[in-house]
Design a protein around this ligand. Structure first.
Ligand code: PMP
Length: 280
C-alpha cells in the first residue's frame, strides 16, 4: 500500500493530493526535486540526496522554510503512514504560488513541499539484464547540474529512446563527448581497465549513486578516472554502464547499432553493482 502523500503541510490520499494552478512549479518548472530509494527502512544515500536538494534550492534562490531535521520528520511520518517495504520517495519543492509572472523579483511566496511514495518490486537480487541505449545530441540548458523539474529535453530523449526499444538516451555534447543519460550518469571501462565517468564540470548532474560507487570502487582498488570521454571511446569500450538512484548500476550492452563487448554484460559492471548493495 502506498497511497498517502504529502502536500504543503497535509498528509492526504493520493486522489486528493493537488497543487494550486498558480504553483510556479506547474507554470515554469520553477522547482527542484530528489528521488531516494528505500529498502526495509533504510534510505540509500539519504544525506547525499538531502544535501543536494538544499544545494539545488540555493542554486535557484528558493528560501526554503524547513530545516533538514524538520524535513526528515515529515519523510519518516510519510514512510510510516504508507507501510511500504521497498520503493522510492519523490520530494519536490517549488518556489510557491503566485500570480503568473516570469520574474520572482521581490516575490515572497512560501515554497511548496510535496512528496509521494512509490511502491516497487524489490529487484535488487534479480538477474541483471543488459540494456540498450541510443545517443542523442545534448540540447539542454547550460545548468544541467541543478536538479530542477524542468526536464523536457530529458523527457523527450527518454521517449525517443523507448520508441527505439532502448532503455536510455545518452546525451552527446557539441564536441562529441558524452555528458550523461536522460536520467542517469554514464560510465565506461576501457581497454586499459580504467573506469571513466565524466568529471563534475557543470555539464552533468552530480549523481549521488555516481559518488557512492566511486567511493566504494576506490576502496576496492578499482582505477576510477573522473574524465570526459567521447562517443567513439564509449562505442569501443569493454563495458558501459549507467548509474542512478532507481537503476543502481545497469550494464549497457548495445548503443545505437553497436554491440558493447559483443552484447555480453561485463563482469566489472556486475561487481560494482554488487559492491553498491553490499555496502549498505
Ligand atoms: N543525471 C540525470 C540527468 C538524472 O536525472 C539522474 C537521476 N536523478 C542522474 C544523473 C543520477 O543521479 P542519482 O544517482 O543521484 O540518482
Amino acid at each position: 500500500m502506498a497511497n498517502i502523500s504529502y502536500v504543503d503541510g497535509i498528509y492526504c490520499n493520493n486522489q486528493n493530493a493537488a497543487i494550486h494552478i498558480n504553483d510556479r512549479g506547474y507554470h515554469f518548472g520553477d522547482a527542484v526535486y530528489e528521488v531516494i530509494l528505500f529498502n526495509n527502512g533504510v534510505f540509500y544515500d539519504y544525506d547525499g540526496h538531502i544535501n543536494r536538494l538544499f544545494n539545488s534550492l540555493k542554486s535557484i534562490d528558493i528560501k526554503f522554510h524547513l530545516s533538514q531535521q524538520q524535513l526528515k520528520i515529515i519523510i519518516k511520518n510519510l514512510f510510516k503512514l504508507n507501510r511500504v517495504n521497498f520503493g522510492s520517495i519523490y520530494i519536490q519543492v517549488s518556489r510557491g504560488v503566485a500570480d503568473r509572472n516570469h520574474s520572482y523579483f521581490n516575490l515572497n511566496s512560501k515554497p511548496v513541499l510535496t512528496m509521494i511514495i512509490s511502491k516497487k518490486k524489490n529487484n535488487i537480487h534479480d538477474y541483471v539484464k543488459g540494456v540498450k541505449a541510443i545517443t542523442i545530441s545534448d540540447n539542454r540548458w547550460s545548468r544541467p547540474d541543478i536538479k530542477t523539474t524542468q526536464l523536457l529535453p530529458n523527457v523527450m530523449a527518454k521517449t525517443f529512446a523507448n520508441k527505439k526499444n532502448a532503455y536510455e538516451g545518452i546525451f552527446i555534447d557539441h564536441e562529441g563527448y558524452v555528458t550523461e543519460g536522460s536520467s542517469s550518469n554514464i560510465w565506461i571501462i576501457n581497454n586499459n581497465e580504467e573506469i571513466l565517468t565524466r568529471e563534475i564540470d557543470g555539464k552533468i548532474l552530480s549523481g549521488i549513486t555516481r559518488k557512492t560507487i566511486t567511493k566504494f570502487a576506490k576502496n576496492n582498488n578499482y582505477k576510477i578516472l573522473e574524465k570526459k570521454f567521447t562517443k567513439d571511446e564509449m562505442l569501443e569500450a569493454k563495458e558501459v554502464f549507467l548509474t542512478s538512484a532507481s537503476s543502481f548500476v545497469k550494464p549497457i550492452v548495445k548503443i545505437d547499432n553497436v554491440k558493447i563487448n559483443n552484447g555480453v554484460i561485463g563482469k566489472n559492471s556486475i561487481e560494482l553493482r554488487n559492491l553498491y548493495f553490499q555496502n549498505f
